[in-house]
Design a protein around this ligand. Structure first.
Ligand code: NAD
Ligand code: ZN
Length: 761
């Protein structure tokens, strides 16, 4: 929530909070280098205020409450009229309450309102004498500010000379537009400087910096003006003009205002109109070329303002309708490289999840490698993340002053993370040299992989060859390859051609679970494919299933079900082609689910099966009839026999198949009094299902193959979540490759985006 606050339990917590807030504010107003993001600071400040309301006689003199700039800023140039802050409201109701109290104070309705953007920069006063810019002063503590005239030449919108030789003080905000921020940070890092964390910090730092070897631009927006000694006749005009006309006058002098922007100030007369404009500005926020953190609403008439007066921290004739914070500091954990449809390789930042404006942000775009370099991002960095409206979250910059020295460089991939081919790095956006074929190579390699169709001799290099020769446009084409076509390829002799054709022939009779897995439907790896195949028994039933029936498969929720259905529609032509090629479309031993309306429960979980209703875990080395089976094959076997395979022993485990060198799982099963069977004993139990295994038997304990072959990041999900059943819950046993390869499921190998749980192999 925007206006939640820190809870301070006692005087010590209060003192610590005041100390932390003072330090943060001092850093924020001096160089912009606070350790807190605004949301965190505001929570702290509200906590302090709440404590003070309950303990009025304990208020510390350095408390930020009720002070301009939290009492943290300084200055030695007195302001003619105090430069105040603004009070806040967070909702239409609060605004209505505030309006009512203002109208009570002046004893009449407010005649008109000016509704304008609350620009997210810092306030300055620009003093012009006879049309020439004489002095630029920060807000400071409100009574006096610092002279920052040296910075004026690099401020766009603040002319050296006005259009008329008048003496006037123009007040407004200095900020960095998004473009100026990017440009400024690029310039800074080129000069070996640390990047600014966000545009506001950039503006604050830039305004106060002296003797920089480079120039960084900022922009001024005027939102007020007042007379100075020497203003003459103009003085009365300035104090009597409605605010809206004052802004127009200032703009006429050649000073920049927000008038030309989409969020230009508007003058309205009713509270409803104010609210409508507030909503409009809020909706425009995400797309603006500069940052705003709210909407300022001001009584427009000079008489209304005069009679309302000001408090010590803020005027009573204006209020800020704050918008939720859209920036938070979080950690950059890693960078993923995803290959798009056209072969563009785009980096994506994986963040420590952080809640911004009601949604949890776990990823952010990073445009390209050059951009990462230019912005000097490092793994482990605390980064400022921006997310507003529907825009894709972005990293603004590292928060360089929070670096610990433990940060490491971001490594760029040396070959395509999807297909392993070379990368074309001649443009800023890197691209797989296979272009659109990259995805094809990856998906065919995946389909041919050990846990899918298991086609021996069809590695990535060979797939690349087939794709480049135009022989394969999807993996169904493998089944119609002709001997002559293969012989015509480089390095394809008679023997390898015949071997390959034989392997493809064998693949034709793989069970449905493997064929379905080969399709690479998002979110369905090996074990999910097995569950789907066992439940539906035939491809026809899978294809005919709607989202509702898919949800009857263990582990498929509403979202996943809808996604699978949608993807199957897209895959229909490919499935058709596989059928025509004579590929197996049934799951041995499974029976299709009952027709809708009939009794629930079905789909191959037949109670007559030997392992029906049992949760089975396998550990240790298999012997006897099971000796050659990989963990994946063991799991297939268990599921064919009606059981559920699992990787971890818990109270719900029904049976542990423990071979030689069984470790902690055996101990745990003994502790829990779970039935333990030797491999031979188990083989007898499921004897009728043992013959079903076809094709080559891979080595037990083989590492997970993603099909992407050389994938830089293996994208893996732990079944049941990393804490429920995965290695994390497993203790020492879990680090064996054997155990890992059985517990992980490739969630998405083709697009490689969804990381559900990372597993170290
Ligand atoms: N991160 C930190 O450590 C830290 C520390 C201190 C303060 N802060 C942030 O600063 C804010 C409070 O500071 P504040 O008092 O400087 O300012 P404020 O943001 O509460 O509001 C007052 C300021 O709004 C600005 N403003 C923008 N557009 C305006 C317009 N159209 N008309 C009038 N004024 C306009 C002016 O600069 C004015 O001084 C808080 O939101 C807080 O998050 C952060
Ligand atoms: Zn590629």
């Amino acid at each position: 929530m925007t206006n939640s606050s820190a809870v301070l339990a006692d005087a010590a917590a209060y003192a610590a909070a005041v100390e932390e807030a003072s330090q943060a504010a001092a850093a924020y107003y001096a160089t912009g280098e606070s350790t807190l993001d605004d949301d965190a600071y505001d929570r702290l400040a509200r906590g302090i205020a709440a404590y003070e309301a309950d303990h009025p006689d304990e208020i510390h003199e350095s408390s930020p409450t009720g002070k301009v700039a939290g009492g943290a800023a300084v200055g030695d140039v007195p302001h003619t009229v105090p430069m105040l802050s603004l009070d806040n409201v967070f909702s239409a109701e609060q605004f209505a309450t505030w309006t009512a109290s203002l109208e009570r104070r002046i004893g009449r309705p407010v005649a008109a309102w000016s509704v304008e953007p609350k620009l997210d920069g810092l306030a300055v006063a620009a003093r012009y004498r006879e049309g020439r810019l004489e002095r630029l002063i920060t807000r400071g503590d409100g009574a006096a500010g610092e002279d920052v005239s040296h910075a004026a030449p690099a401020v766009t919108g603040l002319p050296e000379r006005l259009a008329a030789p008048v003496t006037i003080e123009v007040r407004g905000e200095i900020l960095m537009t998004n473009e100026q921020f990017d440009q400024g940070n690029a310039t800074r890092t080129e000069h070996g400087g640390a990047p600014f964390a966000n545009p506001r910090n950039g503006a604050a730092g830039t305004l106060r910096a002296k003797d920089r070897a480079y120039r960084v631009e900022t922009t001024f927006f005027a939102y007020g003006a007042l007379p100075l000694a020497g203003s003459g006749e103009l003085a009365e005009t300035l104090t009597e003009l409605p605010h809206s006309e004052l802004l127009a006058y200032v703009a006429g002098l050649g000073v920049h205002t927000a008038a030309a922007t989409e969020v230009a100030p508007v003058r309205v007369t009713t509270v409803e109109e104010v609210q409508a404009r507030v909503a409009e500005i809020a909706a425009l926020r995400a797309g603006l070329p500069f940052g705003i953190d709210g909407i300022v609403i001001k009584a427009d008439l000079a008489a209304d303002r005069r009679e309302a007066g000001s408090g010590s921290r803020a005027p009573r004739w204006a209020i800020a309708h704050k918008l939720p914070a859209v920036e938070k500091i979080t950690r950059l954990l890693s960078v993923e490289w995803n290959v798009g449809r056209t072969g563009i390789i785009a980096p994506r930042a994986v963040l420590e999840p952080v809640e911004i404006d009601g949604s949890t942000v776990g990823y952010a775009t990073l445009h390209n490698p050059a951009d990462i370099t230019r912005r000097d991002l490092r793994l482990g960095d605390q980064v400022m993340v921006y997310k507003a409206g529907d825009i894709i979250p972005r990293i603004e910059a590292p928060v360089a002053h929070l670096r610990t020295g433990e940060e490491t460089p971001i490594e760029f991939p040396a070959s395509c993370p999807q297909c392993g081919s070379e990368i074309d790095t001649s443009e800023q956006r890197w691209r797989c040299t296979r272009g659109r074929n990259c995805r094809l190579v990856a998906s065919v390699s995946y389909a041919a992989g050990r846990d899918q169709l298991d086609i021996e001799g069809l590695g990535t290099t060979r797939v690349v060859q087939l794709v480049d020769a135009g022989l394969v446009t999807d993996f169904a084409d493998l089944f119609t390859l002709e001997r002559e076509q293969l012989l015509a390829l480089d390095r394809m002799g008679e023997t390898s051609t015949d071997n390959l054709l034989a392997a493809i022939g064998t693949a034709r009779s793989r069970p449905l679970s493997r064929v379905f897995c080969a399709l690479g439907v998002r979110g369905t790896g090996r074990s999910m494919s097995r569950r789907i195949a066992r439940y539906f028994a035939t491809m026809d039933h899978i294809v005919a299933a709607d989202a509702e029936s898919l949800q009857r498969v263990d582990g498929i929720g509403k979202e996943k079900a809808a996604a699978v259905v949608a993807e199957l529609v897209e895959l229909a032509p490919l499935i058709e082609k596989l059928v025509r090629a004579g590929v197996t479309m049934t799951e041995p031993g499974a029976t299709p689910p009952p027709e809708p309306g009939a009794e629930e429960e079905g789909g191959g979980t037949g109670a007559e099966l030997p392992l029906a209703g049992m949760k089975v875990v396998v550990t240790g080395a298999m012997t006897g009839a099971l000796e050659k089976l990989s963990r994946n094959q063991m799991n297939e076997l268990i599921e064919r026999a009606g059981g559920k395979s699992s990787s971890s022993v818990s109270a719900r485990t029904s049976l542990l198949v423990a071979g030689e060198k069984a470790g902690s799982k055996r101990t745990k099963a003994e502790e829990l009094g779970i039935r333990i069977a030797a491999p031979e004993e188990f083989a007898e139990l499921i004897a009728g299902f043992l013959s079903g295994e076809t094709g080559e038997v891979p080595e037990a304990g083989a590492a997970v193959e993603t099909g992407a072959g050389t994938a830089a990041v293996a994208v893996l999900a732990v079944e049941g979540g990393p804490t429920a059943a995965g290695p994390a819950a497993e203790g020492a046993d879990a680090v064996e490759t054997v155990e890992v390869s059985e517990t992980v499921e490739v969630v998405e190998t083709v697009d490689a985006v969804e990381v559900v749980g990372a597993v170290k192999l």
